[in-house]
Design a binder for this molecule. Structure first.
Ligand SMILES: [Zn+2]
Length: 167
């Protein structure tokens, strides 16, 4: 999100050069810059052994395809670490608390102002207990995951990095 008006006082912001950042929206009344902000999310590929748990989810705002199998993902809450968000999202969505989560890489999402932190999670034994947000969750092997992720930029890049052992 880019600021045009000061969120504190409502004044129209002007461009001001700040250090190496170039022109930054600045409030002359409050004497402070308003840097662009973006969402922080986690994207988590959950596995057990050599099988991967992918989900299909209800499209809340119509931006997601309900037909597509994807990784678990969600917003990081204020005060939460990315690791905690990864564990929470997997537990909420699949009903299984990961035994471990490993940071893989971060991904800038090009369709929304969003930074996604990618994890690989190892799931314990047990059955899924799905969140109401999900349509279904299903286990796939590596080749099936490749096919399901084709055309899904962030899931595909996360899987590439996991298989490339960038861990
Ligand atoms: Zn202001």
């Amino acid at each position: 999100m880019k600021f045009t008006f000061c969120p504190d006082c409502g004044a129209k912001l002007i461009g001001r050069k700040i250090g190496d950042d170039g022109d930054v929206p600045y409030c002359e009344h409050c004497n402070r810059p308003w840097f662009d902000i973006f969402y922080n999310c986690v994207i988590v590929l959950a596995k057990r052994g050599d099988k991967y748990a992918l989900i299909r989810q209800h499209s809340g705002d119509g931006t997601m395809s309900e037909e597509r199998y994807v990784c678990v993902s969600g917003y990081i809450k204020t005060g939460e670490t990315a690791e905690q968000a990864a564990v929470r999202e997997v537990t909420e969505e699949l009903g299984l608390k990961p035994l471990s989560v490993h940071l893989v890489a971060t991904y800038a999402y090009n369709k929304k102002p969003m930074l996604m932190t990618g994890f690989l999670a190892e799931l314990p034994e047990g059955e899924f207990s799905l969140s109401d947000e999900l349509i279904t969750a299903q286990w796939f092997d590596e080749n099936e995951v490749r096919t399901k992720f084709k055309g899904s930029s962030v899931c595909d890049r996360l899987f590439d990095d996991i298989k490339g052992e960038k861990l």
